[in-house]
Design a protein around this ligand. Structure first.
Ligand code: COA
Length: 367
């Protein structure tokens, strides 16, 4: 059975930064309150020209470059987002088109902030089964467009950004070692965007009532998160007969510093084993785990052979954890220049759209 290694990684955050002081000009709050309750100081906010797809593409291209893999070699793209481009088509398909992954299947996976752990596990299972060799997993968020900037309970928490991993098959042991995925839909109401779907389609009233924005029972979500995080970490480690002592790093979903602190206490682990960057990004939902991991890799904190545990929780309710032995790029047979594929992809997409238009025009004339 092949092993599924993380061989490439990339992140993208839009440049504009919104500080707590900036938010205190929008709602009644303060830098001190936000830092004390959440650990967040600032977050990045998408410009008008940034979309989940465009940010996902930037992260994906960097990940492919590190993996030394051409987009045309991808078998599958899984995009996970709590703020997707559309209800459909899938954001993954837009990314597929923009990077020129001509032979890849592409779909979106919805598991709110747990999405990246779920998607990584699905990608790894596709590789473990032998049916796929190269899988791209992207977590990408423009949550700022789903936040009610008049609601101080939620607008302080979220930020925008994207992260991507390339998973590749190899006979060498390592990579994704175990994972657990859980859900409890009885808690669906505690964190949701209630309108815009089939249950509550968009109307003037839903817009007036702010039902297209994130609604959250903060206390309930806090209780849930602290209850499940530690358990999920232990469960994923126990599946492969490891304990917390065997893990060099825990990369938790970056929602709130106090939640991470409580999980560390439950696990009886020192906080310095936890990768934490919530201070500078806020909660970027599906992008938070890859962004935190990549920063730790760039700082040479996470190194090859380290056992790393990803753990996440979020709307659904969903939660899950994954144990990975960090490896890095597979030995290269050739150097792949990834950037030209992007230009070719644009050209290809333009030509296909033009041909589709001409075909449509001609068939209308025939009728
Ligand atoms: N600034 C100042 N005061 C605020 C505030 C803000 N941004 N938001 C809420 N308050 C007020 C409340 O109105 C309340 O006032 P009251 O006592 O007069 O009614 C008081 O602060 C306490 O509110 P409470 O909701 O009890 O605060 P809290 O300690 O639970 O912290 C959260 C609120 C949202 C920070 C916290 O519940 C949390 O982080 N929950 C998890 C959320 C999360 O991670 N969601 C994403 C999961 S993927």
């Amino acid at each position: 059975m092949p092993f599924a290694h993380i061989t490439g990684w990339g992140m993208y955050v839009p440049e504009p930064v919104l500080t707590n002081d900036d938010i205190s000009k929008l709602v009644e709050t303060s830098d001190e309150w936000i830092r004390e309750r959440t650990g967040i100081r600032e977050r990045h906010i998408a410009r008008e020209t940034d979309f989940p797809s465009t940010m996902g593409v930037e992260a994906a291209m960097k990940a492919l470059k590190i993996a030394n893999l051409a987009p045309t070699e991808l078998d599958l793209i899984i995009c996970t987002s709590s703020s997707p481009e559309y209800i459909f088509p899938a954001t993954a398909c837009i990314i597929q088109d923009q990077i020129g992954a001509t032979k890849a299947g592409a779909f979106d996976l919805q598991a709110a902030c747990t999405g990246f752990v779920y998607a990584l596990n699905m990608g790894a299972q596709a590789i473990r089964s032998g049916s796929m060799k190269n899988v791209l997993v992207v977590g990408t968020e423009v949550l700022s467009r789903f936040v009610n900037w008049k609601d101080r309970n939620t607008c302080i928490l979220f930020g925008d950004g994207a992260g991507a991993f390339v998973l590749q098959a190899s006979d060498q042991p390592g990579g994704v070692m175990s994972a657990v995925m859980h859900s409890d839909g009885s808690g669906a109401d505690s964190l949701s965007v209630p309108a815009g779907g089939a249950h509550c389609p968009a109307t003037e009233a839903t817009i007036r009532e702010g039902k297209h924005f994130i609604q959250m029972d903060g206390k309930e979500v806090f209780r849930f998160a602290t209850r499940v995080m530690g358990k999920a970490v232990t469960e994923a480690l126990e599946k492969i007969n490891l304990t917390t002592g065997d893990a060099q790093w825990i990369v938790p979903h970056q929602a709130n510093y106090r939640i991470i602190e409580t999980a560390a206490r439950h696990l009886k682990m020192p906080l310095d084993k936890f990768v934490i960057n919530v201070e500078r990004y806020g909660n970027t939902s599906t992008a938070s785990i890859p962004i935190a991991t990549i920063e730790a890799v760039n700082k040479a904190q996470i190194k090859p052979k380290d056992k790393v545990v990803f753990v996440a929780f979020g709307g659904g309710l969903t939660w899950g954890a994954m144990v990975v032995e960090w490896t890095g790029p597979l030995p290269a047979k050739k150097h792949v220049r990834v950037e030209p594929y992007r230009l070719l992809a644009r050209l290809r997409s333009f030509i296909r759209r033009a041909l589709r238009f001409i075909e449509g025009f001609l068939s209308r004339k025939e009728l």
